[in-house]
Design a binder for this molecule. Sequence first.
Ligand code: MEV
Length: 313
Amino acid sequence: MPTHAVARAPGKAILLGEHFVVHGASALAVALDIGVEAKAERAESNTISSVSGKNVTSAKIEDAEGFLAPVAFSLRQFLKDHSLNGVAIKITSEIPESAGLGSSAASSVSAISAVSNLFGIELSKKKLYHYSMLAEKMVHGKPSGIDAFVSINGGLVYVRRKTRKVLPCRPFKLLVSYSGMQRNTGLMVSKVASFKEREPKSFRNLMRAVNALVPDVIAGLQKGELPILAAAMNFNHEALKIVGASNETLDEMVRYARKVGFAGSKMTGAGGGGCIIALPKQDNEEEFEKFKAIYPHSFLCNVPGEGVKCWLV
Ligand code: MEV
């Protein structure tokens, strides 16, 4: 007789269009092959704990604070709407926290999936998205929803305004490297919004230019033609730099990736810290070893990864 429900949800990397997507442009993201695992079991009270290496943070779902607050908020609403009580959830993440790789969305998606499965509730993807977005809205006021949608569905995801879809994509390898600096999405979204207010014309032109690259990149990814994505990533990084989303550390990492032989590189996610991504030229790992020697928090992902999966143990 199974006693636990487990769910695993992937993190994400934005290939093109972060920040601009908040202002109505298109964005493309892929699910990573690393993610968050949530394990749920019946208990006397509602609790949530997060395990990261040897560190365990626990709280009652009713009064969780800090990084547990958004996922606890989604869970609270889910439990209330379904008149449920008495669940202990343990979250274990392979994604560095506050690194722009969607750990917050993957936590909510996996936690809600595990809890609904434990209580035998069939939750549609639409409903799961709804509950995960409650957490995302706590992180910043105008989330595009890209993190939650990728974590639920996996694959290559296109988002523009209310349109969200999974697109065909040949598998490829992507370097993800963490700068070691945590980023604050809400702060970075406001910073870019104030650039838009100060320089509306420049912002609009940059946004249009990045947006115009998206259809060719989609066509390239469908055929496995990666140079188109590489060039678009390089251009997108410059645009993000101008609107104030990057910083010196990220710029240096992006430059170094190209220097050691990656075809394209850019910051990914909200910026101001967090991660960069880079596209290898061919399927050899020489450039990866060179890069990792200087930036050790680097890993090569096989993308696109799968969406959330659930099982009983
Ligand atoms: C965060 O992963 C990406 C941003 O574009 C914000 C969003 O899409 O909600 C900065």
